[in-house]
Ligand binder design. Structure first.
Ligand code: 5GP
Ligand code: ZN
Length: 113
């Protein structure tokens, strides 16, 4: 996936503020934070949408999600956090490599979901 910005970040071809990395994913700071602290959890395997996931992708994402609470201190999640996965144009997805937004560090003063 030569033209995918997140694949380039994973490969280290584009710099990022990396908070965590393991064999399945990286967690970086979002370059344009929309909350007091805003991270992106990016699975290393490239797929655009949940609809493109293989069973293995789904199992990997579940392991990645389970990891988040274990990173509470590192990411400053003590007060709570919100996870967002945008899917498609109406949701405002701009990068078509599946990723999970981790929003934290403040009361979520935008509409409660
Ligand atoms: P989406 O809109 O696709 O759900 O989220 C894409 C996110 O990636 C946006 O919040 C945007 O700020 C972030 N982003 C786009 N390009 C870069 C980049 O080069 N580095 C980092 N760290 N974040 C990026
Ligand atoms: Zn990619």
């Amino acid at each position: 996936m030569n033209d995918c910005i997140f694949c380039k970040i994973i490969k280290g071809e584009i710099p990022s503020a990396k908070m965590y990395e393991d064999e399945r994913m990286i967690i970086i700071k979002d370059i344009e934070p929309k909350a007091a602290r805003h991270f992106l959890m990016i699975p290393k395997r490239h797929y655009k949408l949940l609809s493109e996931m293989t069973e293995q992708d789904a199992a990997d994402l579940a392991v990645c999600l389970k990891k988040i609470p274990q990173l509470t201190e590192l990411l400053g999640l003590e007060g709570g956090y919100r996870l967002v996965i945008n899917q498609g144009d109406d949701a405002g997805q701009t990068v078509f490599h599946l990723h999970v937004h981790i929003l934290t560090g403040q009361k979520m003063d935008f509409p409660h979901l």
